[in-house]
Design a protein around this ligand. Structure first.
Ligand SMILES: Nc1ncnc2c1ncn2[C@@H]1O[C@H](COP(=O)(O)OP(=O)(O)O)[C@@H](O)[C@H]1O
Ligand SMILES: [Mg+2]
Length: 378
């Protein structure tokens, strides 16, 4: 009778799993699988009259560990007969991180003692709301109505019996602080922000990203399982084609996202989508009633005035200035940098890539000052 394997399944970020499971050399499930395959291929010759040396009995591995990215290297048939694999390898302990749903259901059936542990994601408390109220103005210029709307829509997340997400759409022109606001809110909760830019996908990849493909392909559900943050940021939601909208119904309703391979329940999370829609009517007609009605709040962002853009530029310059070496700071005048960028404020230019522009101008001026006019040969 084979001795039992103690199986624990962990759902949460990799950093948390690694803290929970302090692995040592040789704990990898993949290595064990490959080694086992090698041994099965071993060719043995038995001579007449010679007693065959008995095979080294395979030692029971004390522990085997598989992480989120590992399942991609297993053949699909190994995944579909995972309990069989585990019986063969027969480890004392098995620790699995974010396994595909099929592995979980089969394991739980074959090994009813399987334990499941879930990471506790940061959630909004009243203190978070107070920090949001008090800290907003020092992170974002203008957009004071956004602050009020956010406070109101986040409030339900502070109720301890809440078990589903709050889903918010930020809309308005680009470069006015939508992504910045999402990052600020996530900073209050902690954990590296999960940010997906829907404009980055081509539609073939996007279908397998959302609906699931082979285990080796990237998937939204797995990214949700792997995330650290309490906030899920879907940037540029308006770039997703209409055929993909239905993928979000269940997710926005109750926080459950399922694809071909994975299933995840984000629970009491904050889901923020951003878009460049100009009005609520435009959102309704572009997304359709079914999706539009699933947002708990639609929060408009206003274009920044010239003086607000100036403030943004000034803050960015000051922040980047703080990061310079003292010898760099000596040769550079922050006011000069601000002046050079002032044209952006006057022309109402797109400040989308402002952060990048600021560091470009600073670098250019540093090169001029430290190397003597190389960048501006006149
Ligand atoms: N209202 C704002 N307050 C502070 N910084 C801003 C604001 N709007 C834009 N920025 C700055 O401009 C850049 C682009 O802002 P971002 O939030 O990405 O714009 P978008 O609305 O397109 O998401 C960021 O580097 C950010 O620091
Ligand atoms: Mg943005």
């Amino acid at each position: 009778m084979p001795r039992k394997t103690k199986i624990t399944i962990y759902y949460g970020p990799l950093s948390w799993f690694e803290r929970k499971v302090e692995e040592s050399e040789g704990d990898g499930l993949l290595e064990a699988v490959f080694q086992h395959d090698e041994q099965r291929r071993e060719f043995r010759i038995v001579q007449d009259g010679v007693e065959p040396a008995s095979r080294n009995p395979i030692e029971r591995p004390p522990r085997l560990v598989a992480k989120s990215g590992d399942y991609a290297s297993l053949n699909e048939h190994v995944i579909s007969n995972f309990p069989g694999l585990i019986r063969t390898l027969n480890p004392v302990r098995l620790d699995l991180h974010n396994p595909p749903e099929q592995i979980r259901t089969h394991l739980v059936r074959a090994f009813p003692d399987t334990a499941v542990k879930r990471y506790k994601y940061p959630t909004a408390t009243r203190q978070t709301l107070a920090d949001l109220r008090d800290g907003f103005a020092s992170h974002l210029v203008g957009q004071s109505e956004v602050r009020e709307a956010l406070l109101a829509s986040l409030y339900p997340l502070t109720r301890s019996n809440r078990d589903k997400p709050v889903v918010i759409m930020f809309y308005g022109p680009s470069g006015v602080g939508k992504t910045e606001t999402a990052q600020f809110v996530n900073g209050l909760l902690g954990g590296e922000l999960m940010r997906k830019q829907f404009s980055m996908f081509h539609s073939e990849n996007f279908a397998s990203y959302l609906f699931g493909g082979r285990h080796s392909e990237a998937s939204f559900a797995r990214d949700l399982l792997d995330r650290e943050s309490g906030v899920v940021l879907i940037d540029e939601f308006d770039k997703a084609a209409a055929v993909f909208h239905s993928a979000f119904y269940q997710f926005f309703d109750g926080g459950v996202f399922e694809d071909k391979n994975y299933s995840v329940d984000v629970g009491r999370a904050l889901i923020i989508c951003t878009s460049n829609y100009a009005s609520e009517e435009e959102i309704r007609s572009a997304l359709g009633d079914a999706l539009h009605s699933r947002f708990d709040a639609l929060i408009p962002f206003q274009p920044l005035s010239a003086s607000e853009v100036r403030t943004v530029i000034s803050d960015l310059v000051d922040r980047q200035f703080d990061k310079l070496d003292s010898n760099e700071r000596e040769v550079l005048d922050p006011e000069n940098v601000k002046q050079r960028l002032d044209i952006l404020a006057r022309d109402g230019a797109n400040v989308r890539r402002l952060g990048k522009l600021v560091s470009e101008v600073i670098s250019l001026l540093l090169v001029e000052a430290l190397l003597g006019g190389v960048a501006n040969p006149e």
